[in-house]
Each structure stands twice: as structure tokens, then as C-alpha cells.
Design a protein around this ligand. Structure first.
Ligand SMILES: C[S@@+](CC[C@H](N)C(=O)[O-])C[C@H]1O[C@@H](n2cnc3c(N)ncnc32)[C@H](O)[C@@H]1O
Length: 275
């Protein structure tokens, strides 16, 4: 199957069932655990990403698709003082969790709104920075989201988008073919580094990719199983496919002597709105 067709299929997998997938953070937590426990990164992903935000005291920052807000407790140490934070997610459950987590943090203020990334409820030029972390692969009209990010930024403002590269975790995704899935990260198929850079260049006239230096050495097969069955189609796969998946994971660990080295490709793409 061609890459474009795989991309379309991945997009429909990854945009379907969003209400169930993100009603709260439990499914996302299964995937986060894999990265947290087995990443080899010297500087953690959230701290490293926060260093790309503008170091301007009192900056107004919009976090689109904030999820449960896990980014902010770690990010605050890397931020300039007095940040005015606005959280936005289409899931009210995620937003509530993010607000509860972020309100005690040392920020100038924290507010939140449940809304769609393609229809941002803010006037033009409101924010110094917009950050959209690992969420655009869920959005069917990514061009429209990009138009909205550009619109709500002030002249000279910064957009940060994070996503995965096409080779991300290929040693694990190849095992998901037992579910009829592509052997490639579905998030990257829908919105990889190349697509992010292209859409941002089209809208902003510039885009710079930075890739987080890390790999993973995974030593617990169960954590792999839980992470890769936390989203469609693995989450509802029939019992015989679940058994075949466990067998494929066990074989991969046996072949690698019990520690599986996994390629990680996660990065930040930054763009600046012309002044
Ligand atoms: C993979 S989570 C990422 C959470 C967080 N940004 C992070 O990196 O930890 C994706 C989040 O994007 C939200 N989301 C998906 N599509 C959205 C849309 N069109 N508008 C707003 N939020 C959306 C989901 O509800 C979910 O909370």
C-alpha cells in the first residue's frame, strides 16, 4: 500500500473514537509509561521542549490539546517568570485534569477552555506563543488548525509543534501488524516531521526542526503490550489477535536477549510569525 493511502488509513484510525480515547488520561498514561520508564534521554522530553518556548517574562502562552497538562509541572523550571497560561482541549475531562494540575504552579495565571483547535475562541494576535504538542495528528483539517495558530499569535510570536518522525519506534510498531495495522507509527503516518515542516512553512514562511536526542531500551514486555493496545485497533482486537500480539512481543524480546533497543524520533518544530 502506498504511503499516502497508509497515511489516510492512519488518520481515520487516529481521529476515530476520540471521546473514548481521551475522556480522561488513563489510556494516554499507558503510552507515557513506556517512554518514562525506558527512555535513555539525558534531559527529559518536557524540560527539553520547554527550553524552546520564548524566554520573555509575562509571556502569554496557549497550550492547544493540553491533555492532562503533564507538560507544565516539569516545564515551569525552564520558563521565564510570570507566564500567563491558557489551556485548551476538546475533551472537558482532560481540561479539568490539566487545570487542577496547573493551578498550583508558580505562574501568573492559569485559565482553560474546552474548544476545537480549528476554531480557537480568541481574538487575533492574543498570544506570544502557541504550543501544540502531539495533537495535530488527531486533527483532520491540519491546514485550518495552522491558520488558527497563526491568527491568534501576535506579530513576532512563536509556534511550537511537537510530533513523531516516520521511523519512531519502528521495532515495536512492526509487531502491531497482527492487528492489520501498518508497521509504522500511526501518529507519524498522519503528521510526521516532514508534514509539520511543510504546513508550517506554507503558513509562516519558516520552520525549524529539532529532534530530541534519545533512544529506548525496553526490558518489560508487559509495558509494551499495554501501551500498544491502548488505542485502536489493538484496544478492541479479538482475543486471538491479542494472543498473537503477546507472542510477537515475547519473540522480539527473546531474540534481543531480553532488552529491546527501540528507535525514538520525537521533535519540536518551531516557526515565527513575521513581525
Ligand atoms: C496525545 S494527547 C497530547 C496531550 C499533551 N499535549 C501532551 O503532549 O502530553 C492529544 C490531546 O489532544 C486533544 N485533541 C485532539 N484533537 C483536538 C482538537 N481538534 N482540538 C483540541 N484538542 C484536541 C485530545 O483530547 C488529547 O487531550
Amino acid at each position: 500500500m502506498c504511503l499516502r493511502r497508509l497515511g489516510e488509513q492512519a488518520m481515520s484510525n487516529i481521529t476515530s473514537g476520540m471521546g473514548t480515547q481521551y475522556s480522561d488520561s488513563s489510556k494516554l498514561a499507558a503510552r507515557a509509561r513506556l517512554h518514562r520508564e525506558f527512555s535513555t534521554a539525558e534531559v527529559g522530553w518536557f524540560t527539553w521542549t520547554a527550553r524552546h518556548l520564548p524566554a520573555r517574562p509575562g509571556a502569554k502562552i496557549l497550550d492547544v490539546g493540553c491533555g492532562p497538562g503533564w507538560f507544565w509541572p516539569e516545564a515551569v523550571a525552564a520558563l521565564a517568570p510570570q507566564v500567563v497560561l491558557t489551556l485548551l482541549d476538546q475533551s472537558q475531562g482532560m481540561l479539568d485534569e490539566a487545570l487542577e494540575r496547573c493551578r498550583p504552579l508558580p505562574l501568573a495565571s492559569v485559565t482553560g477552555v474546552a474548544a476545537d483547535a480549528t476554531r480557537l475562541p480568541f481574538p487575533d494576535g492574543t498570544f506570544d506563543a502557541v504550543i501544540a504538542m502531539h495533537m495535530l495528528y488527531h486533527v483532520s483539517d491540519q491546514e485550518q488548525a495552522m491558520r488558527e495558530f497563526h491568527r491568534v499569535l501576535r506579530p513576532g510570536g512563536t509556534l511550537l509543534v511537537t510530533t513523531n518522525g516516520i521511523d519512531n519506534m519502528r521495532e515495536l510498531y512492526r509487531l502491531t501488524t497482527v492487528f492489520g495495522s501498518s508497521p509504522t507509527d500511526p501518529a507519524a503516518l498522519a503528521f510526521d516531521f516532514d508534514r509539520a515542516e511543510r504546513l508550517m512553512r506554507d503558513r509562516f514562511g519558516n520552520a525549524t526542526l529539532s529532534v530530541h536526542p534519545q533512544t529506548m531500551r525496553v526490558t518489560d514486555p508487559e509495558v509494551v503490550y499495554l501501551a500498544l493496545t491502548s488505542y485502536p485497533p489493538g484496544d478492541t482486537a479479538p482475543a486471538e489477535q491479542q494472543v498473537a500480539f503477546r507472542t510477537a512481543i515475547d519473540e522480539a524480546f527473546a531474540t534481543s536477549g531480553g532488552a529491546l533497543d527501540v528507535t525514538k524520533q520525537v521533535g519540536v518544530i518551531a516557526a515565527r510569525k513575521s513581525a
